[in-house]
Design a binder for this molecule. Structure first.
Ligand code: PLP
Length: 380
């Protein structure tokens, strides 16, 4: 972890930008700040196109299918409103699932208010969607299926390729929130048969406030932009480019492509080590979600008789989350954990640890030691 006094274990909320990302961005604040049709502006636009190339390379798509935005929330809104606002739209049904991020759920809520028929799939105890349920709901009225690749609280990985194949057969648009699925695995968006997807820079060592939307060239459904302006990003997301952010995002994509394999195995080792040490020092541990098909850096647990918030405030130098970071202003129990059917004790006890590439074995050991010591103190 970078930053001396704390052990940062909240990577699903945000990751620190890689120093190479920061170095790549710096000249675009200081000297290459222009954005016009002249030599200085051309330097910025060619850097943006390089970033688009790295992003498309990471997803296995064409550069022209990538549009830069301010992050996943904006990309989600562009995708969902883009499909539903078009006057040429004929279908009315949207299928999703209950553990989506609030950026998706709150859009769907608003779409329900506008008369769309929103349906949520059944999920199992680890949050995986029921494919038979999807099959039975898909119809010629299905405008959109919106299912995330990886859950941000319990790390559950959805069967995206199977979902994509079903959507293709049903001639339905498939939107996939890729936000937590980038940086530790290889993603081939074409093989997954995804039509629309979103990414966010700060979840994989890029800068905050920049992201992208993938929109397949083959998307047949009519699509209407949400914002209107100067035509940047071919009208899908107009507004002056955030050049330093986009350049940093592109660098993060390039690094993710180079490093995902080694990162995945490192994160798995550290995550499993953390769990083993907590089990050894604190006894019984409930794991929320399944350890199979899970983000390699995610651990979401509760310890019998221990409240997550209590442990969190007693361990101020270990940074972890007791609910989704994106809804940290909320005092409500997590909608994700509730959807998995957790009882009150587990909901109150839930702690999410998110391991990133900067974490070391020493940090994991120290975090587990301090945590177990505190658990014993609370118990006694
Ligand atoms: N989707 C998922 C799965 C997320 O985890 C998050 C943020 O935590 C978002 C969307 C929203 O991302 P952003 O804050 O970049 O808009």
């Amino acid at each position: 972890m970078r930053g001396e006094e704390v052990i940062y274990l909240d990577a699903h909320a945000s990751t620190a930008p890689d120093p190479l990302v920061i170095n790549t961005m710096m000249p675009f604040f200081t000297s290459h700040y222009a954005n016009g049709n002249h030599t200085m502006g051309w330097r910025s636009s060619s850097a943006i196109e390089r970033a688009r190339f790295h992003t498309s390379n990471l997803l296995g798509c064409y550069p022209s299918e990538i549009f830069f935005t301010s992050g996943a929330t904006e990309s989600i809104n562009i995708a969902l409103w883009g499909l539903t606002r078009s006057a040429a739209r004929k279908k009315n049904q949207i299928i999703s699932q209950p553990t989506e991020h609030p950026a998706v759920l709150n859009c769907l809520n608003e779409l329900a208010n506008q008369g769309f028929d929103i349906q949520f799939l059944k999920i199992d105890q680890s949050g995986v969607v029921d494919l038979d349920d999807l099959k039975s709901r898909l119809s010629d009225q299905t405008l959109l299926v919106a299912i995330m690749m990886v859950n941000n609280e319990v790390g559950t990985i959805q069967p995206i390729e199977e979902i994509g194949t079903l959507c293709e057969k049903a001639e339905t648009t498939f939107f996939c929130d890729l936000t937590q699925g980038i940086g530790w695995q290889s993603v081939n968006i074409k093989e997954l048969k995804v039509d629309l997807a979103c990414l966010s820079g700060h979840k994989f060592y890029g800068p905050r406030g920049v992201g992208a939307i993938y929109k397949s060239k083959l998307l047949k459904a009519p699509f209407k932009p949400l914002l209107f302006g100067g035509g940047q990003e071919r009208g899908i997301r107009p507004g002056t480019h955030n050049t330093p952010g986009i350049v940093g995002f592109g660098k993060a994509c390039e690094l993710a492509q180079e490093n995902y394999l080694s990162l995945c195995s490192r994160m798995t080792l550290l995550r499993d080590r953390l769990l083993a040490k907590i089990r050894k020092g604190a006894g019984e541990v409930f794991i929320h979600g399944s350890l199979v098909n899970r983000h390699p850096g995610n651990l979401n647990i509760s310890i019998p008789g221990i409240k997550g918030d209590e442990l969190q405030s007693a361990l101020s130098n270990i940074i972890f989350s007791t609910s989704s970071a994106c809804s940290s202003s909320s005092t409500q129990p997590s909608h994700v954990l509730q959807s998995l059917g957790l009882n009150k004790e587990k909901l109150d006890g839930a702690m999410r640890f998110g391991i990133c590439k900067y974490n070391t074995t020493e940090e994991i050991d120290l975090a587990a030691r301090l945590l177990c010591r505190k658990v014993q103190q609370i118990r006694s």
